[in-house]
Write a protein that binds this ligand. Structure first.
Ligand SMILES: [Zn+2]
Ligand SMILES: [Zn+2]
Length: 348
């Protein structure tokens, strides 16, 4: 099933022509729970990993800051399975129990926790993107690579998981690794992504309001200019702060995406120079907590009439079950000069 972002309510570059040259194409990934294989683009799915290449491990120190039972990836999967079973049971019969005796016994066992891991930690697959599914994947220059793989260490470094990126040519992987190692535990259950299939869709984005020139900020903050340019097409919302219409609906898309413009929310925009050569880095992958807010205009048309069932207790549109810093996103930026330069992780 395709996912279609509704047309933007206004063509903002027609209203404010200085925005036109700043347009960028982003690819919304629209992750939804499924059963991806190593040959699919996915979030949290199995990677097409060469059997003869060592699996990445995080060697950084993992200091124990406070005692809290840790769960293994299989513990988290069992927990989620029970929640889904409970939801389904109570949907069919509202009088049925929240948990069966078997589920309660298994959860009691899970809550005894796993020991804090010692030594290097096997990294977890976070995303795998084939160029055929995301043709605008900003791959390294002069590269034959057609597959991007993103993994992370499911512990805080210091405030969020530490990511690793791998570019490959899928055709060179003749013998894939069948059973990759897994970490013995994760710091939070929200650091284990639910396996999701992707339905990429391209959208046009413009920079965050605070990244625009002073002149453009003044234009977007002036209700009179909106009224003069849009005429009767302008509804009566956003009278007090018209620039918020731009921020909410017309600049950057929410959710998981490739490319486009950086999203800001936790801080004002800051420079993102490459740590190696100082060039400005560019957004590669945005790992998002939610795909939209409850009242958002970015909900795909297909889901406005036929909403995807959400798991109980999860925030709106938290399909991947990942949570970054209580509702924020982890944006990976890369250096256009070289894929060998270290990437930047930005929580916003
Ligand atoms: Zn680590
Ligand atoms: Zn660089």
């Amino acid at each position: 099933m395709p996912y279609t972002t509704p047309p933007r309510p206004l063509d903002v570059a027609a209203l404010f022509p200085q925005l036109a040259p700043l347009a960028r194409t982003a690819t919304r990934l629209h992750p939804r729970p499924g059963s991806p294989t190593p040959h699919d683009s996915s979030v949290g799915g199995p990677l097409l990993w060469p059997a003869n290449e060592p699996w990445p491990h995080c060697e950084a120190p993992h200091k124990q800051r406070r005692a809290k039972p840790l769960l293994s990836p299989d513990d988290v999967r069992a927990w989620r399975r029970h929640r889904r079973a409970s939801e389904e049971r109570r949907r069919l019969d509202p009088q049925s129990p929240w948990a069966t005796p078997e589920e309660l016994a298994a959860e009691k066992q899970i809550l005894t926790g796993r020991p804090w891991p010692e030594g290097p930690i096997a990294m977890l697959p976070i995303a795998q993107l084939y160029l055929r599914d995301v043709p605008l994947l900003p791959r390294p220059a002069q590269s034959e690579a057609d597959l991007l793989q993103v993994l992370w260490c499911p512990f805080d470094h210091p405030e969020h998981p530490k990511t690793a990126l791998f570019w490959r040519s899928a055709a060179t992987i003749t013998k894939p690794l069948a059973t990759p190692p897994e970490p013995s535990a994760v710091r939070f259950e929200t650091y284990l992504p639910e396996p999701c299939l992707l339905t990429p869709e391209t959208v046009t984005e413009y920079p965050h309001y605070l990244e625009l020139s002073q002149e453009l900020q003044e234009q977007l903050g002036d209700l009179g200019q909106w009224q003069a340019a849009a005429g009767p097409a302008l509804d009566s919302s956003y009278q007090i702060a018209p620039q918020e219409r731009y921020m909410d609906m017309l600049s950057t898309a929410p959710g998981w995406k490739i490319g486009g413009w950086s999203r800001w929310g936790l801080t004002d925009p800051i420079p993102r120079p490459c740590p190696e050569c100082g060039r400005d880095t560019e957004p590669l992958l945005t790992i998002a907590t939610t795909e939209w807010d409850s009242s958002d205009s970015w909900i795909p048309e297909e889901e406005q009439t036929n909403p995807t069932p959400l798991l109980p207790g999860t925030a709106p549109a938290n399909f991947t079950m990942i949570d970054i810093a209580s509702g924020y996103d982890l944006q990976l930026h890369t250096c256009p000069a070289s894929p060998n330069h270290p990437h930047i992780e930005l929580v916003q």
